[in-house]
Unconditional design. Structure first.
Length: 391
């Protein structure tokens, strides 16, 4: 079966590169993927899949039914949205939409989903179960997976695979991680209420800006002294608003930031832990506070058995030299994790980096990929999917 999949993928590769370049040239922002969705639906329909549009607002589902010898449904999720970035890459198929760019590789992800569907649609006689392809919007704003789940995208699904390109890994390499792959990502808002006064007489006021500085320092120190260093937590305040004039002590400061963690128990206790520290500092200096902690997306926790299937399939397909077991998780976030609240899943990294060239990071205006990785990606997804039904 592996050789058959490789032959089909090799034959399809020129078409897949053409698809990827079309998507790259016509990027759309989160929740606005109307043309992309129509294009995806057209390709899926041409392959004979059952297509459902407007799932999760602008998402698309393609379902491929095999022989029904196995009643399980395996899903593959790929995301479609682009970023609000002006592209600087000097390529012929650069973005035609000013200020919008596929700088995170979602054009490649969508192509991989389509390519896998195209391959497996020619192998339905040997596919025991059903494949459900999820083309998700709005990953970049961490909303699309929630929208898809709410619209029933994973109803009756037994397991799910996902992929993300990675420029720091050489092209055609498959990066595999057991357990935690990405961190949870939560939003934090802290409002400190003091009392205004003259800048020359601080003892007659309650300086919200100074107290905010104590809060920021106190939180960072508390992480290093009260949290398990083996369970990393990152708390970053990215925005501070406060004050009206240079000689007026500010009576209010509003701070917003992000909180990242990998360990499930640490993640669960973060809201109360942060609130206790902020309240304690503010009480010491006579200020009042409000702490608003909003859960974002959880950590991607790769299922052991699905990861094992992916690894064995990848090693059979590419040999040990093109398999990288990822040692450390990322503190970046991925809303693929939302699906894992309901079903087991596994996401892998696909290397798209140039071996002897400049590799720009994700979300960079010069980000590019080595398109030879598309062949690797579709074979890996198609063969791992086929092997899932053999387990």
């Amino acid at each position: 079966m592996l050789n058959e999949i490789k032959k089909l993928a090799e034959k399809l590769t020129p078409r897949l590169i053409e698809i990827r370049r079309h998507l790259h040239a016509h990027p759309e922002l989160s929740g606005q993927e109307h043309q992309t969705s129509a294009y995806v639906a057209g390709v899926l329909s041409s392959c004979g899949l059952n297509v459902l549009e407007a799932v999760g607002k602008t998402g698309v589902i393609g379902e491929l039914v095999g022989t029904n010898q196995d009643q399980r449904i395996l899903a593959i999720r790929t995301d479609m949205d682009a970023l609000p970035i002006q592209e600087n890459a000097q390529i012929k198929f650069a973005s035609q939409n000013p200020g919008v760019m596929h700088a995170c590789g979602h054009d490649v992800h969508t192509t991989l989903g389509l390519g896998t569907a195209m391959i497996l649609s020619q192998l339905t006689d040997t596919l025991p179960g059903t494949m459900r392809f999820l083309f998700q919007p709005a990953e970049e704003i961490a909303q699309g997976a929630k929208w898809m789940v709410a619209d029933g995208a994973i109803n009756n699904v037994n397991a799910i695979y996902g992929v993300h390109v990675f420029p720091s890994i050489s092209a055609k390499t498959v990066g595999i991680r057991y357990g935690a792959l990405t961190a949870s990502a939560d939003d934090l808002e802290i409002i400190i209420q003091g009392e205004s006064g003259h800048g020359a007489r601080p003892h007659q006021a309650i300086d919200a800006i100074w107290i905010a500085a104590q809060v920021i320092t106190g939180l960072q120190q508390a992480i290093s002294r009260t949290q398990n260093p083996l369970h990393p937590i990152v708390l970053s305040i990215g925005k501070i608003e406060g004050g009206r004039a240079a000689n007026v002590i500010a009576d209010q400061v509003r701070m917003t930031g992000t909180v990242r963690s990998l360990h499930l128990e640490s993640h669960a206790q973060l809201p109360a832990w942060i609130a206790n520290i902020v309240e304690g500092i503010c009480q010491t200096y006579g200020a009042k506070c409000q702490v608003n902690y909003q859960r974002g997306v959880p950590s991607v926790q790769n299922d052991y058995e699905l990861t094992k299937i992916l690894e064995s399939s990848s090693r059979e397909a590419w040999g040990d030299g093109l398999i990288e077991i990822i040692a450390d998780p990322s503190l970046g976030a991925e809303d693929f994790s939302v699906y894992l609240d309901d079903i087991p899943g596994c996401m892998f990294r696909l290397g798209v980096g140039k071996i002897n060239g400049k590799n720009y990071p994700l979300h960079h205006p010069n980000f590019e990929v080595d398109e030879s990785a598309i062949f690797t990606g579709v074979v890996t997804l198609a063969y791992a999917s086929w092997q899932y039904y053999q387990a």
